[in-house]
Design a protein around this ligand. Structure first.
Ligand SMILES: *[C@@H]1O[C@H](CO)[C@@H](O)[C@H](O)[C@H]1NC(C)=O
Ligand SMILES: *[C@@H]1O[C@H](CO)[C@@H](O)[C@H](O)[C@H]1NC(C)=O
Ligand SMILES: *[C@@H]1O[C@H](CO)[C@@H](O)[C@H](O)[C@H]1NC(C)=O
Ligand SMILES: *[C@@H]1O[C@H](CO)[C@@H](O)[C@H](O)[C@H]1NC(C)=O
Ligand SMILES: *[C@@H]1O[C@H](CO)[C@@H](O)[C@H](O)[C@H]1NC(C)=O
Length: 475
């Protein structure tokens, strides 16, 4: 790349290096200036000293020490500026006010941000939307094409209109799904020929192992769901579709395979269907049960989990509930938590020791600082519809920055949901070691201990796994 650049620049640079180039006619003079504009011209009087008069009002939080770093709500701010304390300066433009207003931690980052981390944010609103035929739905995805460092997981947000299908298909990756709105019927057949069919509704979860063929059909109200795949390179456009396997097999082979005439395949669709409208599913699910000698997929290996019916664990700053292989065994490496953070609340500073975290923001708004060793930190602002990504052991918090509940789902590639909390670590370390290291006052360290017990007193300690607190704090 560098080499190519030098080579292309050479013809331009060389004549300059040898003094003024010989005058020649400029091609397309209407599009170009003249060589009298080349730098250090005696006629060049330099720029004007007058600065543009930019009118703006700083928020009170912008006037304090940048290390304070509190959230700047620029949505309705009068001409937001990249200024924190004595750092930064005004911005006459060019700029994109829409992005600047909803990404204040990018425009005017906290003074504690430093260096360069990975990009830990992708708004699905910037993903190409693949529209289904006949108003049947749409799908947009996040994968390593748009988030190159999110290598462990990829995600899709998909909508199916009433009776809309996601065509019968299978894929190489594992698929974990959370229903976001409405309801749908899912069905599958496993390698033993055992059959599975179930109806799932908003808040429920399903899982299909690699290679397992399945379909999804929206019920009366349509459905929207999130798909998470255990491969950051996954593309929803590269799945094995029923239509395509029929289209790309010799008809004579199909005829042998199914023991029917070649003409039986005369009317198969001449292209993939992907997302399309079908006959509405019968309300009575039993009418679609397929009973074979192999029987049903046993309950212990069920592909669905009625997570919507699991009560959330209420804590001071919000609520949380977990689904992982301890209760949903078929999804043997998917551990997830749905977290609700009330306004003013925060999911405390933590990291996941065993897995990267793929996060989808469902509603509300919040921010997170991703800290990466040794000293890089970036703060990201998220809203409903955004994807977040926090690599294994990289610490982060999620703070509600709005005035309504912030709801998100954290997904890990792990057989159990675990996290390591900064607060619990420090509070559970001998005080002398902490104060020798961080120079924190005895007063503060004594309070820490009290506070930790009050977390437990508030019922914020999660009993689901042995040592992961997943605590939420209220500021
Ligand atoms: C830091 O920010 C918070 C919130 O804006 C504010 O209440 C507090 O006074 C600030 N602290 C200092 C030292 O400026
Ligand atoms: C789906 O979204 C619509 C529109 O926001 C809402 O009215 C409805 O209650 C949602 N349904 C479910 C099951 O979440
Ligand atoms: C139909 O499927 C459901 C869910 O798998 C199962 O509970 C039920 O027993 C099945 N009914 C028949 C008639 O196979
Ligand atoms: C879970 O996924 C991670 C990341 O791909 C992998 O390292 C680990 O071996 C998997 N664990 C199990 C039990 O499959
Ligand atoms: C610790 O803090 C005190 C003030 O509370 C300061 O005088 C001292 O220099 C600090 N020590 C170190 C090692 O930073």
């Amino acid at each position: 790349m560098k080499f190519q650049l030098i080579v292309t620049l050479l013809p331009v640079v060389l004549p300059l290096a040898h003094g003024a180039p010989a005058h020649r006619d400029t091609p397309n003079p209407g599009l170009r200036g003249t060589d009298s504009l080349v730098g250090y011209s005696p006629d060049n009087s330099g720029g004007s000293d007058s600065r543009p008069d930019i009118k703006y009002t700083l928020l009170p939080e912008q006037k304090v020490d940048p290390e304070n770093g509190s959230y700047l709500d620029f949505v309705k701010a009068d001409n937001p500026q990249p200024i924190r304390g004595s750092t930064g300066s005004d911005d006459p433009g060019p700029r994109n006010y829409y992005y600047d207003r909803i990404n204040s931690d990018k425009l005017a980052p906290p003074g504690t941000d430093h260096g360069q981390t990975i990009n830990a944010q992708w708004p699905m609103g910037l993903s190409h939307n693949r529209l289904g035929i006949d108003g049947a739905g749409w799908a947009r995805q996040e994968n390593t094409n748009v988030m190159p460092d999110a290598t462990l997981m990829a995600g899709v947000d998909m909508r199916l209109a009433p009776a809309g299908y996601r065509e019968l298909h299978w894929h190489v990756a594992s698929e974990w799904s959370l229903v976001l709105n409405g309801s749908c019927r899912i069905q599958a057949v496993n390698e033993n020929g055992e059959t599975f069919i179930d109806d799932v509704t908003a808040g429920d979860v399903w899982f299909f192992p690699p290679g397992l063929p399945h379909s999804i059909q929206a019920l009366d109200d349509g459905v929207e769901f999130l798909l998470v795949f255990d491969d950051g390179d996954f593309s929803e456009d590269n799945t094995f579709l029923a239509t395509e396997v029929f289209l790309h097999t010799p008809r004579e082979v199909l005829s042998k395979n199914f023991g029917v005439e070649v003409s039986a395949f005369d009317k198969i669709p001449d292209d993939e269907l992907y997302i399309f409208k079908g006959t509405p599913a019968p309300a009575d699910i039993e009418k679609q049960n397929v009973t074979t000698a192999a029987g049903l997929v046993p309950r212990a290996k069920s592909y669905s989990y009625h997570f919507s019916e699991q009560p959330a664990h209420e804590v001071a700053g919000g609520s949380v509930k977990i689904v992982d292989p301890l209760t949903f065994p078929i999804a043997s490496n998917f551990s997830a938590a749905i977290v609700t953070v009330h306004p003013g609340g925060m999911r405390e500073i933590h990291w996941h020791p065993t897995s990267d975290e793929w996060t989808f923001f469902i509603s509300g708004q919040g921010r997170a600082t991703l800290f990466t060793a040794p000293d890089s930190a970036t703060t990201f602002d998220y809203r409903g519809g955004d994807v977040g990504y926090f690599p294994k052991s990289n610490s982060h918090y999620i703070e509600n920055t709005g005035d309504e509940d912030l709801v998100f789902v954290e997904v890990l590639q792990a057989p159990e949901f675990t996290d390591m909390a900064l607060g619990q670590w420090i509070a559970s370390t001998p005080k002398q070691i902490v104060s020798d290291t961080l120079n924190l006052s005895d007063d503060m360290l004594n309070n820490l201990k009290t506070e930790k017990q009050s977390y437990k007193g508030l019922g914020a300690y999660l009993p689901i796994t042995c040592h992961d607190p997943l605590r939420l704090t209220r500021s």
